[in-house]
Every structure is written in structure tokens, then in C-alpha cells.
Design a protein. Sequence first.
Length: 476
Amino acid sequence: MRSDLIQESTQDTRHSDSQSATIAPRNLKLLVALREWGDVQQLSAVFAPGNANGIEIVTWCQDGARLLPDALVHEVDAALVSPLLPGFELGDIQKMYHNPKKPIVVIGAVPAQGDWGPKLYQIGVKGHVDLPLGEAQARALVTMIHTAVQDALRERSAPGYIPQISPETAQIIAAHGWEKATVAVWGAKGGVGKSTIAENLTAILGIIANRKTVLLDANMAGGNVHLHFRIREPLWKNNLFSIANRYTVNAMLNARGTNASALAIHARLTASEVQAMLIPFRGNLSVLMGIPKQHLAGELCFQGENGLNFMGDLLDTLKMMADFVVVDLGQDTNAALHLQTLRQVDYIFVVTNPDVASVLSTKEVLDTLRKELQLDPSKFRLIINRFHPEHGIARKDIVDSLEMPELGVLPDGGPKVTASLNRGTPLVLDGPGEMANQMVALAAMLYPPVNQIWAQRRRLMGAEKKKGLIARMLGA
């Protein structure tokens, strides 16, 4: 392996320069899985034993069924694979990349005919060359392989690395043992932790579980998701006001020449229009940013029937686009967007703190909502946030008072929560801990497979603590 990669990996784990120097560089091991001997011969000069390119071919196979076992037996760092091999399984690419001992990156050798390139990238290849191979492709592989291995080691050492889904979990997913859902995270008072819960919940679903997830900041009191997620200011133009204002203008244009009120006309949102406003965060999680300035909550596009229609269409559109839509909702039940969200979502996660004022405020507002809006009681789930048994209020008393099932109880995260907000990384991505574990339990109500995924993540991080990262990665 190149010395700069050794040094970089060592620095990432806080080894000293003198320690880095004690690890002898070694060549990367390459497995070649191609059908044609002529293609293999083109590689022999570039990747022969003792070559100066830092990569050596250690084995060649023509049977796709041998790809994974040969890669593991020879402890290769990379594999050049043709998808046309008999017995080749697409799932082996992910199995090699998430190999517990070290990542094995796959480079595709793509035939000129067909659409194999896009397919392979979708399942995890880190580059490709075209078949048949020539000297130019062989030499291009040198940089491609070094870069791919380096990137894979960086990802594996990052706190947010997610291990492969277990076969049991894959079976659950294949059997559709879960349903798409829209969720409002709401509380009757400000400052109870709604945003923190919504942000971590979506990180679990969209990043750790890798389901297509949208976090919608619809707090009309002025949401802070864009600040907590460190969304760059040039992207702030993609916000809830921008799309709502355009919706209102379209509604008014549609109403011209009719007897209908402009505010009663549905403009209808398109998936492409909404997609253009989503800001990718990480993994499969995207954000629809809220209002960047609180005064925008008073604009016409958010008021009355127009606000109700807009929010209804937006939620319908997002639900078609994503597996999970989580709405960070403000406490004011007089806001049209808040009311429509509470009416329309599949679940309402009600957040309260274990203090008398918070519980009584929540009960008062809930009684009004149930009476005036006649909301389905089965949609409500209670989250008691920042709970401690010495606070002097029992969980049972809170549940009995609010008359809804308890979904979860979260401890007081203290400085760790504040630090995660300031850092721009949801707390659950830091790894297991009491707060993170309870957050996962909340997410499992929506997506049960996340329990298995989280258990694997915990095992992986536990193994990293027991065995040095450099030794585990490089076999040094």
C-alpha cells in the first residue's frame, strides 16, 4: 500500500508519526474475475508481482460463485469483476465492501453492450473500465483502485459508517414487513425537544436504515433544522416559503376567469418541483428547509384555505416520493400548516417534558384538538423527553393524564445533545449510548428492521474498541 495511505489511515486513528513509520508499506492485493484470458494478459504487465504501481494480482477466477470466497481467502483489497461471469451474484459486491475484517472494493469491467454501468454503481461498485481491456484501461485502474481503497478505509473509520444489512433483515425488507408513513413530531410547548427528536429520528431512518426519508421543517414559529444540520446559506433559497409562494401564485392564475375564489383553487404540486427543493443531507435523508425568517409565517401563502391546501398537497407529494416523511411541527395549533399536518399524517408523536406545566399544557391543547378536529386517537403516541425518576412525576401519571400510549422515554441527553447540534451531526450518528438506543427504539415502531441494523452497528463499534483500527484494517 502507498505510504501516504498508511500515514493518512494512521493519522485518522491518532497514531503518532513515529508509529506510522513502523508500518511497512505493502502492495494492495487484487483479484481479477474476468471471462477472457486476453483481458487478464493486458493486466499482467501493470500488476505483476514486484511492480512499481503498488498493486499486485494475487488470483484470477472465471466463476462468479468463486468471487466472494476467493476474495476472502486471499484477503484482497480490491476486485476487478465482469458482471457476465456465470454464477455472479450482485449481492456479493456489498458483502465484500462490508467485509468485517476490511473493505474489499469492486471495480466493474463493463461490456460495451447493455446498461451494466449504472446497475453496478447502484449496488456499490467504486469505478469501472470498459471491455475489452487494453493498456490504457489497465493503467487507468492504478489510480482508480488506490483511490477507491483509500476512500473505503476513510468511510470504515468514520463514526457514521453503517455495516451491511444482515440476511434476516434483508428478508424482512423483501417481505415488506413495514409500511410507508408520515409522522408529525409535535408538542404543545416550545423547547421540549421536538426538533432534536425529529432530526435524530430521520437520521436513523434515512442514514442508518438507508430508507428514503424526508425531514420537513414546518415550524411556523421559525424552525432551526437548517442550522442544526449546517445547511450552507446559498441553499437557503430552497425553503418552505419559496415553494408555498409559488403554489399560491399558480392557484391565483388558475382562478382567473372563473367564479371560484383564488384561495380555494388547488394548484397541485409536481414531484419534480418538490424534488428540486429538497436538500440532500447524507445517505438517503433529504431536508425541506423551513422558513429562514420568522416573519414569513405571516405571508398569504401560509394563511387560511391556501395554507391548508398547500400543506395537504405537499404531504401527498412527499409521501409518494419517500418511504418516510417526518414533519418537525411548531406548537401553535392556530397555524394552518400545523392544523393540516395534524389532520393528515399517519402518526402524531406528542413530545412532553416530565414537569407539571408541560403536561398540563399538553393536556389542554390535546383536549381542544380532539374535540374540535375529531382527530383519530389511534394516531397519537407519547414521547416523554428528558425524563429522570427523581423529577417527582411518575410516567404512569403522565400517560394517564394525556390518555395515549407511551411510545418511548428519552433521558436527558445534557451536553451531548447540545454538542451534536453545534457540530451539525445528529447524536445517533456518534454511535450507541443511552439516548441513541432509545431513539432507535422510537424509529423501530415505524421500521422494525432498524433494530437488527443497530445491533450490528453496536457489534462493529465494539469490535473496533477491542482491536486497533490499523491492525484490523491492514493486518499489521
